[in-house]
Write a new protein. Sequence first.
Length: 198
Amino acid sequence: MSYRSFQITTDPTVAPVTTTDLKTHLRITHSSDDTLIGDYATAAQDVMQRLLRRSLMVQTITIKMDNFPSEAIELPRPPALSVTSIQYVDTDGDTQTWASANYDVDISSEPARITPAYNSEVLQDFPDVRTDTPNSVTIVYQAGHSAVGDVNDTIRLAFKLLVGHYYENREATSFAKLNDLPLGLQMLMAAYEMPEVF
C-alpha cells in the first residue's frame, strides 16, 4: 500500500499542553508573551507530530492512493477517531462514495485499519477503481486526542521541553553552551514513535 498524498486539511485548534501549564513550566507570571508561547506551541506540535508520526490533538487528515490495497488500509498518524468519507474513481471514471456500511474501521489498532465489512452476511470487496487515474482513492478521517488530558504524560513533558527550548533560544545559533536537549527529547519520545505506514 502506498499513499500518494498526505495532508492535514484541518489543523488542531488546541495544543496538548495549555498555555497556563506552559507558563508554569517556563516560570512566567506575566501575560505579555502569551502570543509568542502560543506560536511556539503550534510549531512544537507540528514538529512532534512529524517525529512521532502521531496526531496529538484532533485534526482532519486526507490521504490519497492510486488504488485500494489487497488487504487492510492502514491510516497514518494515530490515534484515528473516525472515518468521514471514502471516495474513489470507478472504472467508468465517475467519483463514487463507498458506503460506510460496506467497510469496518478498527480504531483500537495502531495504526487504525479499514477493511471490507460483512454486509447482509456477505463479505464485501474493495471497490474497483480506474487504474489509469492517479489518486483515485481519497480517504478523509479525524485523528488525535479530543482532550488535553488524554495525551500521554511523557509526550506532554517532551512538548514542554521543546517549547521551553524555543522560548530560551530564539535564534538559529548561539554562543551559549547548550545542554543536550535533543537527546533528552529523543529519550522521552523514542518509546512512542510510530513506524511509517506509507
